[in-house]
Design a protein around this ligand. Structure first.
Ligand SMILES: C[S@@+](CC[C@H](N)C(=O)[O-])C[C@H]1O[C@@H](n2cnc3c(N)ncnc32)[C@H](O)[C@@H]1O
Length: 282
């Protein structure tokens, strides 16, 4: 990939996420329980403990950075970073509301971190690495700023077809807006989802003992909760701002129909496949 191409792609990603910021902020509370289900194995994989200096990459609306700040306590510190300031606006507000004084927020591309070598004990990144045009540039940068013996854990989505929410959204978007609408770029979102891709990106960045864990969840959500509403705003918010109320209602109805085949005994069975890549700095 040429330098021009990397700059162009990073600008595209920045623009896309800046339009999503307010939608992610408004839905952060609604997805908190799901967020926690993803946080716990990531935090465990990173080996987060009280008193550590932790770098959270692609913090977005705040997780896992805020949870990690609570875990490391007053003797520890979290540096929460994201390429897109609009994504972190809500995270900053929530940190203040919770009285968290050990977390700082900084706009930063994970491929060009402003920190000195050997600064952090741990690094976490939830659902961010796949948006980087060349993931090994980010993993090399994260490896640089970790202390020797430090550890990083990156969480990404597995293949698209393994996550019910994605399959239904992809089908609906295709049905309503046609196959060429780049609204949700699942190719990028699931680009590190195949077994081995994440560990390879960590090894290429200089991490030792890179390993990968597969996690599959199938929460069964009561039908009346219609678990897709927050995701409609987070995934389709920028598009839905531009359409009529009738079109929005048609989208919601198509999504409801798409989920109908996942309804068993009054509950939606929501498969999800995520992967965690873990590496240590030698
Ligand atoms: C799917 S959101 C994840 C947010 C949060 N960690 C979570 O799990 O809810 C992806 C985030 O990656 C950020 N991002 C994309 N490319 C990035 C880069 N090169 N450096 C830092 N953050 C980036 C986006 O701005 C966005 O906030």
């Amino acid at each position: 990939m040429t330098r021009d191409h990397i700059v162009q792609e990073t600008n595209r990603v920045r623009e896309d996420w800046s339009r999503r910021g307010k939608h992610w902020d408004s839905r952060a509370e609604a997805v908190a329980e799901t967020a926690d289900r993803f946080n716990q194995p990531l935090i465990e994989a990173a080996g987060i403990e009280s008193g550590q200096m932790v770098l959270d990459l692609a913090t977005g609306a705040g997780e896992p950075g805020l949870t990690v700040a609570e875990l490391v306590g007053p003797a520890g510190r979290v540096c929460a970073t994201d390429l897109v300031p609009e994504m972190m606006a809500g995270a900053k507000r929530r940190a203040a509301e919770r009285g968290l004084e050990n977390i700082a927020f900084r706009d930063a591309d994970m491929c060009a971190l402003p920190d000195a070598d050997d600064t952090f004990d741990r690094a976490t990144c939830r659902f961010g690495l796949m948006f980087v045009p060349e993931p090994q540039r980010a993993t090399a940068e994260v490896c640089r700023v970790l202390k020797p013996g430090g550890r990083a854990a990156f969480m990404v989505w597995g293949p698209r077809e393994d996550t019910t929410m994605f399959t239904v959204f992809a089908e609906t978007a295709k049905q309503i807006w046609g196959p060429d609408d780049p609204l949700i770029d699942f190719e990028t979102m699931c680009s590190l989802g195949d077994e081995g891709s994440l560990a390879a990106a960590l090894s290429a960045g200089g991490f030792a003992n890179a390993e990968e864990k597969e996690l599959r969840f199938t929460p069964k959500i009561p039908a009346e909760m219609e678990p897709w509403h927050a995701q409609i705003d987070m995934s389709l918010g920028p598009k839905l701002e531009t359409v009529s109320a009738e079109e929005r209602a048609a989208v919601e109805q198509a999504i409801r129909q798409g989920f109908a085949r996942h309804l068993v005994d009054g509950r939606y069975h929501m498969n999800a496949h995520v992967r965690i890549g873990i590496g240590e700095k030698a």
